[in-house]
Design a protein around this ligand. Structure first.
Ligand SMILES: N[C@@H](CCC(=O)N[C@@H](CS)C(=O)NCC(=O)O)C(=O)O
Length: 196
């Protein structure tokens, strides 16, 4: 069976794991823990970038990164990839925005692990500002978030902010996004993938 290599705290992997559950494909896709910073052999063999998530397919081939794996999962569930209408492209754009929040949130974590003298206030400021501006946009578009890839990526991003950056108080001034996330976080797919 296809097997997803993932780490429990990776928001990229969580996006894929939530989608698998929303598509009802848990019985068809296995999951195997791989902590990327330990450089496990199975992960390096699957993904030369050494990153999770990576998906091993039955024929021995591998898919990465999370966007490609999400597209593959959606295809397995029979979802059409590209409907071509304006709403489709806005969904893709919102998904990219949420993914950018994930990128900045993960970058902040990695920067915080460097010796403090080597940390860059400039980059920390840029990433924090990018997160704040992007969440403001999501606050304004929250009515468009349903259960598509934009919603799943947004939820993975907000979950990661809660896990790693409680100090950012992302809910402050964003009551609609906070209410949306509170409801979305109760979905079984989210509850089953809470970072350990
Ligand atoms: N663009 C990739 C990013 C994946 C990524 O950066 N994953 C992190 C975990 S949150 C990782 O494996 N980092 C290990 C490393 O950068 O060496 C995706 O969407 O899958």
């Amino acid at each position: 069976m296809p097997t997803l290599l993932y780490s429990p705290t990776s928001p990229y992997a969580r996006k894929v794991r939530v989608l698998i559950r929303e598509c009802g494909l848990t019985a068809q896709i296995g999951e195997q823990t791989a902590l990327p910073l330990d450089d496990p052999e199975a992960l390096l063999a699957a993904n030369p970038l050494g990153k999770v998530p990576a998906l091993r397919l039955d024929d021995g081939s591998v898919l990465y990164d999370s966007r490609v794996i999400c597209a593959w999962v959606a295809a397995q569930s029979g979802a059409r990839g590209d409907s071509g209408d304006a709403a489709h492209w806005q969904t893709q754009r919102r998904a990219a925005l949420a993914e950018g929040v994930i990128d900045a949130s993960v970058a902040l974590v990695m920067e915080g692990r460097r010796p403090s003298a080597q940390q860059s206030d400039y980059w920390i400021g840029r990433w924090r500002n990018a997160i704040a501006r992007s969440l403001d946009v999501l606050e304004g578009e929250v009515e468009a978030l349903d259960c598509g890839i934009d919603a799943i990526a947004s939820a993975a991003a907000l979950g990661h902010l809660d896990l790693r950056h409680a100090d950012l108080d992302w809910r402050g001034g964003r009551p609609r996004l906070a209410a949306w996330y509170a409801a979305f976080a109760q979905r079984p797919s989210m509850l089953a993938t809470v970072p350990e």
